[in-house]
Design a protein around this ligand. Structure first.
Ligand code: 3NM
Length: 212
């Protein structure tokens, strides 16, 4: 994978979007220049069965039109079935080794919160790691307490070439701190799902990682 693909990593499921059509939000985000997308259909009242798969396919098709990698959260079977570009897993999901075995050389992203988790992820060939929640978030029910940027900074110093994406409570006002701490990019849900002006939000975020 290209490290630059992590610059602005948008994550969305139907549960994250109020008063708008989720697919319209994704299309606007793609038009505006997001660099990676994660399909994350989790939480109460989310789609199941055929509707779940259909929505995933719809999102994938749009990502293909914009040439943006389509990553599936957790659901390895779905990722393989759809021929997604990759899978992202947390620590509650299948072990990293098992996921790597099932997905071959697809992109594998792993959320890590400690050295031990980081070492396991690297041992089994994670292509990138997600570090968070940097700030407090309301988008993940079981999120850990906010960690700040210390661990992120440590990992960057330890592994200068490792693709790292920061996540959790990141918005246009605080994103510069994770950029300074060494992240290759940011992953966001609410900053885009709840934006009144997606195009402006996307360019604000991207300018942090492209201007220096
Ligand atoms: N994972 P928002 S925080 C999906 O810490 C997710 O691993 C996290 O949403 C982690 O941008 C998070 O709205 C939610 O804060 C990110």
């Amino acid at each position: 994978m290209k490290r630059n693909d992590l610059q602005l990593y948008f994550i969305m499921g139907t549960g994250n979007v109020l008063n708008k059509k989720p697919i319209t939000v994704l299309e606007k985000a793609l038009q505006s220049g997001i660099t990676m997308f994660q399909f994350r259909e989790k939480g109460p009242n989310t789609l199941t069965g055929q509707a779940y798969e259909n929505f995933a396919r719809e999102c994938q098709k749009l990502c293909q039109q914009y040439n943006v990698p389509f990553i599936v959260n957790d659901d390895v079977e779905l990722a393989v079935k759809l021929g997604a570009e990759g899978v992202h897993i947390g620590q509650e999901d299948l072990p990293v080794s098992m996921v790597r075995e099932k997905i071959g050389n697809m992109i594998l992203g792993v959320s890590v919160h400690s050295q031990t988790e980081l070492q396991t992820a690297l041992q089994y060939g994670a292509d990138y790691v997600g570090i968070g929640p940097i700030f407090s978030t309301t988008s993940k029910n079981d999120a850990k307490p906010p960690s700040g940027t210390e661990f992120l900074q440590q990992v960057r110093i330890q592994y200068p070439e490792l693709p790292i994406v920061a996540i959790g409570g990141i918005n246009c006002l605080n994103a510069h701190t994770v950029c300074k701490a060494g992240a290759d990019g940011i992953a966001v849900i609410s900053a885009i799902c709840e934006s009144e002006d997606i195009s402006n939000t996307v360019s604000t975020f991207k300018s942090l990682f492209t201007d220096s």
